[in-house]
Design a protein around this ligand. Structure first.
Ligand code: ADP
Ligand code: ADP
Length: 218
């Protein structure tokens, strides 16, 4: 299955992507995670992306799309994949269609839109903590690790992302509304969109998502 998760920053895309990808046995491809790994390693790609990420702006399409093209060509993506954070505007969605055609893949099957309001997003993002080693995402109140700032999964140190500060969060929400939200109509017109209430406990959202995917298929 070829899946895309869309939703504002903090909607829970990364959190749900991990569970859905594990359940479906497909790779989770998160452009944000790939960019952050490149920033940490100081690669050319990381250097090209960093200023945009810090400002809460989108990294230019050219850079982003070539990175995704390379990732989708890897063998593990042949049986399906879950894209988290890509595409993020209509031009990227059009280029994604082209990449899939170029590599002989079927088109995207389903786009899952996680729906949460802005106030909840701010609460979620301001308490988000991410594992330095496995990228698992925690929340100081909603999903705390057993030991503060230590990942339960692999003992890695947790950190707060630089772009999860209130002013940058507000800007990212504006970027989402202007550039990313039009994807909802784009995929709805194709009959590929599922809108999902992403409020309530993480497990409830996962259950809703898996049920919706199951219903969509059958
Ligand atoms: P969030 O989890 O808050 O939605 P991500 O981790 O997906 O954020 O993305 C963090 C940052 O990485 C974005 O603000 C943007 O600068 C960059 N980024 C990630 N994916 C894309 C993309 N598809 N196109 C352009 N920039 C991207
Ligand atoms: P995104 O990838 O869309 O930016 P994340 O998955 O990183 O979002 O989640 C943002 C923050 O909200 C994280 O700290 C995560 O632990 C928390 N979170 C995710 N889903 C829920 C939920 N259903 N209820 C409360 N907090 C959540």
């Amino acid at each position: 299955m070829r899946l895309v998760l869309v939703g504002p920053p903090g909607a829970g895309k990364g959190t749900q992507a991990q569970f859905i990808a594990e359940q479906r046995a497909i790779p989770k491809i998160s452009t944000g995670d790939i960019f952050r790994a490149n920033v940490t390693q100081g690669t050319e790609l990381g250097l090209a992306a960093k200023a945009y990420m810090d400002a809460g702006d989108l990294v230019p399409d050219q850079v982003t799309v070539e990175m995704v093209r390379a990732r989708l060509a890897e063998p593990d993506a042949a049986k399906g994949f879950l894209l988290d954070g890509f595409p993020r505007n209509v031009p990227q969605a059009v280029m994604l269609d082209e990449i899939l055609r170029d590599i002989g893949s079927d088109p995207i099957d389903v786009v899952l839109e996680l729906v949460v309001d802005d106030d909840e997003v701010v609460l979620r993002l301001s308490g988000r903590r991410t594992c330095r080693t496995c990228n698992h995402v925690w929340h100081v109140d909603y999903d705390p690790p057993t030991i503060e700032d230590i990942c339960d999964r692999d003992g890695g140190a947790l950190y707060q992302r630089d772009d999860d500060r209130e002013a940058t969060i507000r800007h990212r929400l504006d970027v989402y509304a202007e550039q990313t939200a039009p994807l909802v109509g784009f995929y709805a017109r194709r009959g590929a969109l599922i809108g999902l209430d992403a409020t309530g406990p993480v497990d409830d959202v996962t259950e809703r998502a898996l049920e919706a995917l199951h219903r969509f298929r059958t």
